[in-house]
Write a protein of this length. Structure first.
Length: 130
């Protein structure tokens, strides 16, 4: 009678562990300045978000995409609204040194004696390592 000896069970392949990408905590500051010099609007509402959230700090890793969105509204009987966004895929250097995303928001008057004129804002999102 022949005795069968089973082949040894192979060791599972060793898969190197992948290290998690570094996560950086970034302080977010938004600054805005008006570029035009006309008489449109005295009362404004500003909405500035990073990745859909109103934040003062955000956690990012290299290769993450950050999206900054601004919507500005002139409060009058016929509200005028303008919006814009900017996106950036961040690098390790961006996260170590900080970076700025800049966009412009144009709000055009939709009625009254200034109809058709525009207010233009430059909006800077400043990301600094915290």
């Amino acid at each position: 009678m022949e005795v069968l000896i089973p082949d040894p069970v192979p060791e599972p392949e060793q898969v190197p562990e992948r290290s998690s990408p570094a996560v950086y905590s970034m302080k977010v500051t938004v600054s805005r300045r008006r570029l035009d010099d006309n008489s449109i609007g005295k009362e404004w509402t500003y909405i500035d978000t990073v990745n859909g959230e109103s934040v003062s700090a955000v956690s990012l890793s290299p290769c993450d995409t950050v999206r900054c969105f601004s919507e500005y509204t002139e409060a009058d009987s016929k509200p005028d609204i303008g919006s814009n966004y900017a996106e950036k895929t961040v690098s390790e250097a961006d996260l170590q040194k900080g970076f700025t995303l800049t966009l412009q928001v144009k709000v055009t008057e939709n009625g009254g004696r200034y109809s058709g004129k525009s207010a233009i804002f430059e909006v800077a999102y400043i990301f600094s390592p915290s």
